[in-house]
Design a protein around this ligand. Structure first.
Ligand SMILES: Cc1ncc(COP(=O)(O)O)c(C=O)c1O
Length: 397
């Protein structure tokens, strides 16, 4: 049977790291995969996470299975992070439920399976461009994928008229995927006023928002970044939010995420949760425990939480300082082009505007690895690789 299986191409992003690892040059720089690195180029375990792990190790009594939807304490902590501690939706309970999922990707796939097989959804709209895996995940679940306008290459900002024009084509019952903040790959987010307009437009169309929230705290702040989710929540009787704790807790390999649903009534919420559990059961059965336990331990302990909030702030500040250093480094390396838009983008990525050919030259001539779309992981830049990076980029402009 396997002789007829065709060789698949490498993953568009993770495949770049495979090529990077094969590269023998000591000066090589990997700015492809979306992983935070500190000033020394390492992806650290956050001190708050280490402390939580020590406590968990001492207190752990069993490796027994978790409930299919995860621990209720975790679910509540996730909803508070999304909607705010004092949100009526969180306080009242009943109309919102959370499934602990293996990473944000697991949450997206669970949402896709649930929507396609239990809720009758057929079509999903995604920004053009979006994270490459969005297309693959929703196609795998049987969705028809449509694109909505998002990015203006000319202004390096949001093409809001194009976004509204495309979303005007949305039909009742269509799902619309939105990045809550730190849009991947562009780093360009709508303003709160634009979010309100998006909410008005989509609710008039009776569309269902599905929010992907993978970078809470990496944009402006933990609360500020959730404003989009809160605006949508206040405008929609039903919505879905996928959370990832890979970046803001640095829990990449612990596969820690969540899918939160808001339904019109407690009965509809309970029924939806029961069906989400069926979808999870036939996929991964129940969630991996460790990452979720870490997140719960940190979010429910005031001192640990304070420490984690300050660690998130430090990561955000380092990324912003690398953005500013990159912009001034490019100017010092001799470019006349205005790259100041890079300082204004949010999150880990910068959409540089480099062409496929320039990306290829960066790799072959300089050992600088970035994604074909021209997306650079700013969080991979350090003071020590900055000068070489800027020189290489200016050489291919
Ligand atoms: C926009 C977006 N959504 C979801 C994810 C998935 O994250 P996780 O590693 O938690 O599955 C990522 C990760 O890069 C992402 O960039």
């Amino acid at each position: 049977m396997f002789e007829s299986v065709a060789l698949a191409p490498p993953d568009p992003i993770l495949g770049i790291t495979e090529a990077f690892n094969r590269d023998q040059r000591t000066t090589k720089i990997n700015l492809s995969v979306g992983v935070y690195k500190d000033a020394s180029g390492q992806t650290p375990v956050l001190p708050s996470v280490k402390e939580a792990e020590q406590r968990l190790l001492a207190a752990e009594k069993t490796k027994g299975y978790k409930p299919i939807d995860g621990d209720p304490v975790y679910g509540r902590a996730v909803r508070e992070l999304l909607f705010g501690k004092d949100s009526p939706l969180v306080a009242a309970g009943g109309r919102a439920a959370t499934c602990h999922t293996p990473g944000g990707t697991g949450g997206l796939r669970l949402a896709a399976d649930f929507l396609a097989t239990k809720a009758g959804a057929r079509r999903i709209w995604m920004s053009d461009p979006t994270w490459e895996n969005h297309h693959a995940i929703f196609r795998a679940a049987g969705f028809e994928v449509e694109k909505y306008g998002y990015y203006s290459a000319a202004s390096h900002g949001l093409d809001f008229p194009a976004l509204k024009q495309s979303l005007d084509q949305v039909n009742a019952g269509d799902v619309v995927l939105l990045h809550a903040c730190c849009h991947n790959p562009t780093g360009v987010d709508p303003t709160p006023a634009q979010w309100r307009e998006i909410a008005d437009l989509l609710s008039a169309k009776r569309a269902l928002p599905l929010v992907d929230f993978a970078y809470q705290g990496f944009g402006v702040g933990l609360e500020e970044d959730a404003e989009s989710v809160r605006i949508l929540e206040q405008n929609f009787e039903e919505l879905l939010v996928c959370s990832s704790f890979s970046k803001n807790f640095g829990l990449y390999n612990e596969r820690t995420g969540a899918l939160t649903i808001k339904a019109t009534t407690p009965e509809a919420c309970a029924a939806s949760l029961s069906q989400l559990k069926i979808c999870a059961r036939v996929n991964y059965s129940n969630p991996p425990a460790h990452g979720g336990a870490i997140v719960s331990a940190i979010l429910t302990d005031p001192a640990l939480r304070k420490q984690w909030e300050s660690e998130v702030q430090d990561m955000r500040a380092r990324i912003q300082s690398m953005r500013d250093a990159f912009v001034s480094g490019l100017a010092e390396a001799g470019t006349q082009q205005d790259f100041s838009f890079i300082s204004r983008q949010k999150g880990m990525f910068s959409f540089s505007g480099l062409s496929k050919e320039q990306v290829e030259r960066l790799k072959t001539e300089f050992g600088v690895y970035i994604v074909g779309s021209g997306r650079l992981n700013v969080a991979g830049m350090t003071e020590s690789n900055m000068a070489a990076l800027c020189k290489a980029v200016v050489s291919v402009l």
